[in-house]
Design a protein. Structure first.
Lengths: 384, 246
């Protein structure tokens, strides 16, 4: 069966023999081409009947060497590449990168730019959560939410398109601020969207929150404790659903987040259902932030004084933001030239995926799908 | 102080991206703007206005903004330098480790430059006594011209203190570092990635193997001597059945 030349197989032959003979364990391969793995994730499952005894993730199918590319581009040229990591939350990626370089340059984006950034980033968080909800529900067997969320997410993408011409990989921000002034009617569009989408979120909840099938499929599935989350470095809604009230927007505020009044929703049980509730609450909090931002958006320049050629002094910086998936960090080392000496991206999806094994052990095969969905991974970011 | 060693390695590949470069230089020159690094442009209001109109001409304009600094660059005043870092925690640590540990701060971010031999003790201590309970990231930086070629960086965060610290050490090619998996479970994949990309050996890691690249791959791509378009041709031929992946 196994081709000795193939280095792809991670199955240890000796071990699988042992498990076949000694116990009722069965080793099954899931993915990488599988509709429920949200991309190209391969999971090797060790099963006893329907029960998961253990699993191993095989990743890297989408590896593009983003960090290597960065070393061969200038700071400005690398900016669009970061959008291609977490491609459903490109705006967050761009924000993290621009802010990291700004810190390295020791400059600050002007207030107006920070407000525009906050509005777009929060809209993107909402879009990311909507996409998560639609696909996660679809994996579990509820098809309707997908149509609802995609319908409403479209409105956000329309705003992005009007603002910067792109819908997904937006490249909305520049080092030092924003490239574009808001278009005419931007505020009106955003406000209109807010009144449009608030009842829609209730609609999603009506479909799912008390739905018997949904509750049965998600309650006590993929439970993870706060202690394990911290040990595994899990961040974002997963950490919050386990009861840790920690959000980088509050803990170490960046952009304009200090000015906004919002709450950090948390759960208690750390199961799939709580993570669902936390993300639903986060959507509403995002709307709150956008509402405040769009009403208080100050006048002024949108770009800081940035040299035409970006050439940070020798040094290094780590800066992280709260992306929809968790802590997204950039560690940048500058050697004083126009190109970064090294950029390390700390992707939330990659680190969160590590918890999959722990969360699935002892669960049923069908729950693996639910847990992959609830972790909200994007393989473009896992593999970079 | 590790950054002083700055090999010019990436100057060479710089030529690959860029047919745009020369044009960029030209534009910068033509507009007659003062050298970009010159301290303060006289009319600050104009600057932002001048930079943004990129979208109109997607073809050329971005090249101008992205243009590397080669032509201009009059010696810029050196940026901020790392300063000694002082805090109650540091005093405590210094008492224990003395000269083996250099506490520094740069742009408001604190880090400890630590001797390789002290790493296990310091990491253990930071976690157990100083409450750095979250291992954010473990990564490496390659300086091929230095005797000790690699910087290993642990980025730690403490939930109770809401504080970050970086621990850095230097090791030579082929030297090992102790694994942190027993301290933070998160280190598992992070160390595997550092091994995959740099070939750093972590002693005591439960399953140190490649994570993003396939198992049989030769070479460690994030080392500076690994070219940007380099591939493991042999692996590509055997496993993909094609002559070259380029």
């Amino acid at each position: 069966m196994t081709d000795p030349n193939s280095s792809v197989s991670h199955l240890d032959l000796e071990e699988s023999k042992k498990t076949f003979l000694d116990a009722n364990e069965l080793v099954i391969n899931m993915g990488p081409q599988h509709p429920a793995t949200h991309g190209v994730l391969r999971v090797i499952l060790r099963l006893d009947g329907e029960k998961v005894m253990g699993l191993e993730c095989v990743i890297g199918y989408l590896h593009r060497g983003v960090e290597k590319i960065a070393e061969n581009r200038t700071y400005t040229m690398f900016n669009p590449y970061v959008d291609r990591m977490d491609y459903v939350a490109a705006v967050s990626n761009g924000l993290g990168y621009c802010e990291a370089v700004e810190k390295l340059l020791n400059i600050e984006a002007p207030p107006r730019a920070n407000y525009i950034r906050a509005i777009l980033t929060e809209l993107n968080r909402l879009a990311s959560h909507q996409l998560w909800l639609g696909t996660h529900a679809l994996d579990i067997g509820a098809m309707t939410p997908l149509f609802y969320t995609f319908r409403d997410r479209e409105e956000i993408l329309k705003i992005f398109e009007k603002y910067c011409g792109a819908r997904l990989t937006t490249h909305a921000f520049r080092i030092g601020g924003c490239q574009y002034e808001t278009y005419e009617g931007f505020e009106k569009d955003v406000k209109k969207f807010l009144t449009f989408v608030a009842p829609k979120i209730d609609e999603y909840e009506e479909l799912l929150t008390t739905n018997r099938i949904w509750v049965e499929r998600t309650k006590n599935v993929g439970t993870i404790s706060a202690k394990d989350c911290i040990a595994l470095g899990v961040t974002g809604p997963v950490l919050r659903a386990s009861g840790v009230k920690w959000d980088l927007r509050k803990a170490q505020p960046y952009a304009a987040y200090k000015q906004f009044d919002f709450e950090i929703p948390t759960g208690q049980n750390g199961d799939t259902y709580d993570r669902y509730l936390v993300r639903m609450a986060e959507m509403r909090q995002s709307l709150r932030i956008v509402q405040q931002a769009v009403e208080a958006i100050p006048e002024g320049p949108i770009m800081a004084k940035v040299p035409k050629v970006i050439k940070p002094p020798v040094g290094e910086i780590y800066h992280s933001i709260e992306a929809p998936k968790g802590e997204l960090g950039y560690f940048i080392v500058s050697d004083g030239s126009t190109q970064p000496y090294r950029i390390r991206v700390r992707p939330p999806s990659f680190v969160n995926l590590q918890a999959l094994e722990l969360m699935c052990r002892g669960q049923l095969v069908a729950d693996v799908i639910a847990v992959i969905g609830t972790l909200d991974i994007v393989l473009g970011e896992v593999d970079r | 102080m590790a950054e002083e060693n700055k090999p010019q390695e990436n100057q060479a590949p710089a030529s690959s991206p860029g047919g745009e470069k020369p044009s960029g230089e030209k534009i910068a020159g033509a507009t007659g703007t003062p050298p970009p690094d010159a301290a303060k442009p006289p009319a600050p209001a104009e600057k932002p206005a001048a930079a943004p109109p990129k979208p109109a001409a997607p073809g050329e304009k971005p090249a101008a903004a992205a243009a590397p600094a080669k032509p201009a660059a009059p010696a810029k005043p050196a940026g901020p330098t790392p300063q000694p870092w002082d805090s109650p925690m540091v005093t405590k640590l210094t008492r224990q480790f003395g000269s083996g540990m250099q506490p520094l701060t740069y742009l408001g971010q604190n880090y400890l430059q630590v001797d390789r031999s002290l790493i296990p003790t310091i990491l253990q201590l930071l976690r157990d006594e100083e409450q750095f309970n979250y291992c954010v990231d473990i990564t490496a930086v390659h300086y091929p011209k230095r005797e000790k070629q690699f910087d290993i960086v642990w980025i730690l965060y403490s939930f109770p203190r809401n504080e970050r610290v970086r621990v850095k050490t230097q090791i030579g090619d082929g030297e090992h570092v102790p694994s942190a998996v027993s301290l933070w479970a998160a280190a598992n994949w992070l160390e595997r990635e550092a091994f995959d990309m740099f070939g750093i050996q972590f002693d005591g890691h439960p399953d140190l193997k490649r994570i993003l690249l396939p198992d049989g791959w030769k070479g460690h791509p994030l080392r500076k001597d690994y070219g940007i378009i380099q591939q493991d041709q042999e692996w590509v031929q055997i496993n993909l059945g094609i002559e070259s992946g380029q």
